[in-house]
Design a protein around this ligand. Structure first.
Ligand SMILES: *Cc1c(COP(=O)(O)O)cnc(C)c1O
Length: 423
């Protein structure tokens, strides 16, 4: 028997009030929660200083970025476009590190402004060398091991294209000397895990790589602090994984005489459980004796793609329309509103419906989908079935609710279409 999930930061009254004021579906973020997550990573154990960069792909909304900026968090940008959004949100160019799968077309312009560049392939390193001979650079390595919650979220090891493969270090040195580049930062990012042993191993390999570059002063261990969404799932404790890592940095200083500064790049950790989607039950259908009871929500993969993409599980909490209504429990399959077989909100890995035990919903009841502060709003298959982009509100520190993104309208969905005379 699965346990019934609870609301993480909303009260049922708040949920009803937000639904009545703004409609559903809607993203709700919790400022207090975001700020306390910031405090927890900013106190990550470290030997010689730490910079925390928000992996802004997790949630690049302007208000979210400003909350984090005010807390002293810096930026990990995964594309040149993210760099530009971070600049608009008031970040200094020097507080932004660009770590991109694709070589930025505006590399010269951004780096000239002071944005830091992390070369993720030999080609990127070479192009940087051509543009900025004699400059300082950072390099992302794939240390040859990975750690992800699923095969699909692993970003290290030989099945991952992220970063320069550790055996190609000789080629890195050749490019550095050819263009007289100084490698000042070594970067690794292997995926999400909460195992202190894995973090220690990654830190160990990363320091070993750093030791081969005499100009290296900073080591960036990437993100990937696992965050539990469902009851019983583990959440990484930065204090626990940080302790052995700190010792490794101290030993490095003893052995090599270099006090390395540490950087970490959490995305999920700062946001996951500080955001929720408020949605409403639109319909309930059944498929006979050996079938299922399907609960259809007024949101789907166009709002949160993670269930369809990763079979990710998000807590679903039924909030009855009427206060104090007594409701039973049951097993249901929750589905999204897109005409798409993959738009199952509770699904097995590899596809197909999965039963979820919740309170028994009725048409018109609200359902809060928890754990949706990261990689939901930013990663959705927006406008599929021509559903408009979902509005967003923030619960501010004083408890007031503020609209931070409006619902998209039809004109905005169509705005880039060019009408041609078809004759
Ligand atoms: C996505 C990403 C992160 C953040 O990963 P989380 O699992 O959200 O913490 C950090 N660093 C880099 C380079 C990334 O691409």
């Amino acid at each position: 028997m699965q346990s019934i999930e609870n609301l993480k930061f909303l009260t049922p009254e708040e949920a009803r009030k937000i639904a009545a004021t703004y409609g559903t579906p809607i993203f709700i973020y919790n400022r207090k929660g975001i700020e306390s997550s910031c405090d927890s990573v900013l106190s990550f154990p470290n030997a010689f200083g730490i910079t925390v960069r928000f992996a802004m792909k997790a949630n690049p909304g302007r208000t979210i970025l400003e909350i984090l900026r005010k807390k002293g968090i810096h930026i990990d940008a995964s594309s040149e476009h993210e760099v530009k959004r971070a600049l608009l949100a008031g970040f200094k160019p020097s507080d932004i590190l660009l770590t991109s799968q694709q070589l930025a077309k505006s590399l010269k312009e951004l780096v000239s402004q002071g944005v830091q560049f992390n070369a993720c392939s030999l080609r990127q390193l070479e192009e940087y060398g051509k543009a900025f001979p004699g400059g300082e650079v950072s390099v992302r390595f794939n240390p040859g091991l990975g750690s992800g919650a699923t095969k699909k979220t692993d970003v290290g090891g030989n099945t991952s294209s992220f970063g320069i493969w550790h055996e190609e270090i000789g080629k890195v040195k050749e490019i550095l000397s050819q263009y007289k580049l100084k490698l000042v930062r070594v970067h690794t990012h292997i995926g999400s895990g909460s195992d202190p042993e894995v973090w220690k191993a990654v830190a160990h390999y990363t320091l070993e790589i750093a030791s081969q570059f005499p100009d290296c002063r900073t080591v960036n261990l990437g993100g990937g602090f696992k965050v539990g969404r469902m009851q019983g799932e583990k959440t990484t404790d930065p204090q626990v994984i940080g302790k052995p890592v700190k010792e490794l940095f101290e030993n490095y200083a003893k052995d090599k005489g270099v006090q390395l500064k540490m950087e970490i790049e959490p995305g999920s950790y700062l946001m996951v459980n500080n955001g929720a989607i408020l949605t409403q039950v639109d319909d309930i259908v059944t498929t006979g004796k050996d079938g299922f009871t399907f609960v259809k929500l007024d949101m789907g993969m166009d709002v949160n793609t993670r269930p369809a993409l990763y079979a990710a599980k998000h807590p679903l909490v039924v909030v009855p329309q009427k206060e104090g209504a007594k409701i039973g429990t049951g097993d249901f399959v929750y589905v999204g509103h897109c005409c798409e077989s993959g738009d199952l909100i509770t699904q097995e890995e590899g596809g197909g419906p999965q039963l979820r035990t919740t309170h028994t919903p009725e048409i018109g009841d609200l359902v809060v989908m928890e754990g949706t502060g990261a990689y939901c709003s930013s990663m959705s298959t927006k406008n599929y079935n021509s559903y408009p982009e979902t509005p967003e509100v923030l619960i501010d520190s004083d408890g007031s609710v503020k609209l931070i993104r409006q619902k998209q309208n039809l004109e905005q969905i169509l705005q880039n279409e060019v009408l041609v005379a078809l004759g």
